[in-house]
Design a protein around this ligand. Structure first.
Ligand code: PEP
Ligand code: MN
Length: 350
């Protein structure tokens, strides 16, 4: 951590910073510049909760952290990629095969979800998605089938063997969702529901943590850190697009750079959701492929048997035929990218 003093800071104010640093167990190194003094603090920054311990002191201009605030999620704590086993033989992260989760935004009917599960499985998806509890901005819209939706998901799993990912919106549903799902999805709107994150930290199943629509990467990784701090390290991050100024042509801005940034910062696997990322069926293919090129460990894609009549997110859903055509392209590109990286590594070593 670096404490930058005001140009007019008094000697006594600099001494106060040094004294506080030493009280907190840091070694203080003082750099007196021509205009400003900078105090570098050597020690474990993660032991203190915030820079405010120094920012509030008189004469302090600015404080900058050097270490990332997410310790457990950080690559500096664990260098090797985390690999998460969702179900026997179904893994994500590291050098595992790209994993695709697919299914409708909402579970609507028993037939519909079973039919979709069969179709996405045949196309190569390894996890079935489907919302039973739906976060909807407007009241009086379809908010999911609730418990009945969970029952239909269970049936689809029985029929196809596909593990399930479904969203938790309310901790009161934790037990019934636990009974059905293989992965708990935390939606963008709940990424900073801290009591929910704390409880999911105690659960012994993987968590799909979507990025909040206006969350910074640090805030997102701190949400993961909270789950890990409570005991659950099985976290899959999901980039699903962030809000920006131009929402005319796409629903969100899919932050492709975040995929590379997150892979650099953390050992946790990251997937991309081009459906919510674009909001338009037309752009799902290109952004799915772009996410693979950017290095995502997996994808989440909304697939509906009849998107025109879907009860939620029809305009961004693929139909089974479109999904079936996209999957081989995804696989081809993934294997091309793998070769490309292997060649690059070989030349770096040589
Ligand atoms: C969803 O996956 O259907 C969903 C509501 O996603 P998000 O939380 O990213 O909006
Ligand atoms: Mn949706």
């Amino acid at each position: 951590m670096i404490v930058i003093m005001e140009p007019k800071a008094l000697e006594a104010e600099i001494d106060k910073v040094i004294q506080r640093a030493e009280e907190l167990g840091f070694q203080a190194i003082i750099n007196k510049g021509a205009i400003q003094t900078v105090v570098a603090l050597i020690g474990d920054e993660t032991k203190i909760s915030g820079s405010d311990l120094f920012e509030e002191l008189p004469g302090v201009h600015r404080v900058e952290r050097i270490q990332v605030p997410f310790r457990l999620a950080s690559r500096s704590t664990q260098y090797a990629d985390s690999v998460i086993e969702i179900a026997p033989g179904v893994k994500i992260g590291g050098q595992e095969d790209l994993l695709v989760m697919a299914g409708p935004c909402s579970v609507e009917t028993e037939d519909g979800i079973i039919q979709t599960a069969r179709a996405v499985k045949a196309a190569g998806a390894k996890v079935l998605r489907g919302g039973a509890f739906k976060p909807r901005t407007a009241p009086r819209t379809f908010e999911g089938l609730g418990e009945l939706g969970l029952r239909f998901l269970k049936q689809a799993k029985q029929e196809t063997g596909l593990p399930i990912v479904t969203e938790i919106m309310d901790l009161r549903d934790l037990d019934s969702i636990y009974d059905t799902t293989d992965i708990f999805q935390v939606g963008a709107r709940n990424m900073q529901n801290f009591s929910m994150l704390n409880e999911l930290g105690k659960v012994k199943k993987p968590i799909l943590l979507k990025r909040g629509m206006s969350a910074t990467i640090d805030e997102w990784l701190l949400a993961a850190e909270r789950i890990m701090h409570n005991g659950n390290s099985q976290i899959i991050l999901c980039e699903r697009g962030i809000r920006s100024f131009d929402a005319k042509y796409t629903r969100n801005v899919l932050d492709l750079a975040a995929i590379s940034v997150v892979k650099n910062l953390t050992h946790l696997p990251i997937i991309s959701d081009p459906s919510h990322g674009t909001g338009k069926t037309l752009y799902v293919r290109s952004m799915a492929l772009a996410s693979v090129a950017a290095g995502a460990h997996g994808l989440m894609i909304e697939v509906h048997p009849d998107p025109a009549n879907a009860l939620s997110d029809g305009p961004q859903s693929l139909n089974p035929k479109q999904f079936n055509e996209l999957m081989p392209e995804i696989k081809q590109l993934h294997s091309f990218m793998k070769d490309l990286h292997a060649r690059k590594e070989a030349t770096n070593v040589a």
